[in-house]
Design a protein. Structure first.
Ligand SMILES: *Cc1c(COP(=O)(O)O)cnc(C)c1O
Length: 360
């Protein structure tokens, strides 16, 4: 039986895509081999790789002056690649600190420049808010501004795109990419680990404006240098072929389902259903300020944490799995990525109501 998997990442994948992968696993495109066994330089793989990129460009509306890279090392690798490529050792870089992931990104940047300016820090609210757009303490002449549009652990999401003027805006979109349309032109660089909303772990997508490429500091390893990777079509070394192929199928699945406008409507409906149920009860609560609640990751707590174990056991028995909150915060968290159907959220809400009726 297939369960509803609410994990934050690696996360649920579209069943339709999994079925397609299964169907073509041992004989991909008449090759007599799986896609994992063919050369990344074969005509068939190159075509699949290019088609994946074209679909992603179409979905997000990526203009020709951006490169799309399919890399490895996860979002965490990009925490280092970004300062290596975009900043010098004496550059000032601005980071907005809104929770666990932005904090990790800024800590890594501190290894590459001593001038990391924390342009906003939501510590006072225990990271349940985003900064006021007028209150950002941006440096003049920063090499870039980094932020995390969706904090996967805190469940906090920016309802606006920061205005950084001519300074390139860099966004860790790992847990929100493809959840709704975005205006790519507002960003200098967007990156996203695949294992939330794109495909299996092992792949990270980087969308980078061309004028930001070719400025890596001396000593940058070639696999982390956007220029060497862009020049080689992300095939300077063997790419994550299975993940790239899988991502292409997910992009086409999204296109068939009406693109990102339709995805946004589905995601809004799922999030509203769950937040509505939480807010309607005194048994469950979500700590995040109303204007910046994540559509993708919904943390919630039970009035009595002694009941957590029993909640999780009951949920699992009902086919609702991986609802435990991140180990750093406890409580519960339901991740509602694109591949989570509305029926999964309906089943969760029904379970929550029944659990409350019995234990509330
Ligand atoms: C999951 C996640 C990461 C870490 O991704 P890795 O691929 O494990 O490096 C970074 N940032 C955000 C926002 C995430 O959700």
């Amino acid at each position: 039986m297939r369960v509803f998997n609410f994990a934050a990442g690696p996360a649920t994948l579209p069943e339709e895509v999994l079925e397609q992968v299964r169907a073509e696993l041992t004989d991909w495109q008449g090759s007599g081999m799986s896609v994992m066994e063919v050369s990344h330089r074969s005509k068939a793989f190159m075509a699949a790789a290019q088609e994946a990129e074209a679909s992603l460009r179409e979905l997000l509306g990526v203009a020709a002056n951006y490169k799309v890279l399919f890399l490895q090392g996860g979002a965490t690798g990009q925490f280092s690649a970004i300062p290596m490529n975009l900043a010098r050792a004496d550059s000032t870089v601005d980071y907005l600190n809104t929770g666990t992931w932005s904090k990790k990104a800024l800590a890594e940047a501190q290894r590459f420049t001593s001038r990391v300016n924390v342009a906003a820090d939501e510590a006072a609210s225990k990271y349940t808010t985003v900064p006021d757009p007028q209150a950002l303490r941006l440096s003049s002449g920063a090499a870039y501004v980094h932020y995390t549009p969706n904090e996967t652990i805190g469940g906090v999401e920016f309802p606006y795109v920061p205005d950084t003027g001519a300074v390139p805006l860099v966004a860790d979109m790992s847990s929100t990419i493809l959840s709704r349309p975005i205006d790519v032109a507002r960003f200098g660089l967007i990156y996203a680990g695949a294992q939330k909303n794109i495909g299996p772990a092992g792949l990270v997508v980087v969308i980078v404006r061309e004028d930001l490429i070719g400025k890596a500091r001396p000593g940058t390893p070639a696999v982390w240098d956007y220029k060497s990777m862009a020049d080689e079509g992300s095939m300077l070394n063997t790419p994550a072929t299975f993940g790239w192929y899988f991502a292409g199928l997910v992009f086409r699945w999204l296109q068939r389902r009406g693109g990102l406008t339709a995805a946004a409507a589905r995601n809004r409906a799922k999030a509203q259903l769950l937040y509505g149920a939480i807010d309607a009860s005194t048994f469950y609560s979500n700590p995040v300020a109303a204007g910046c609640r994540s559509w993708m990751n919904v943390p919630f707590t039970l009035a009595d944490p002694q009941l957590d174990r029993s909640f999780l056991d009951g949920a699992r028995a009902a086919g609702l799995v991986n609802l435990e909150g991140h180990r750093s915060v406890g409580g519960m968290r339901a991740s509602l990525y694109n591949a989570m159907p509305l029926t999964g959220v309906e089943a969760l809400v029904a379970f929550m109501k029944e659990f409350e009726r019995r234990h509330g």
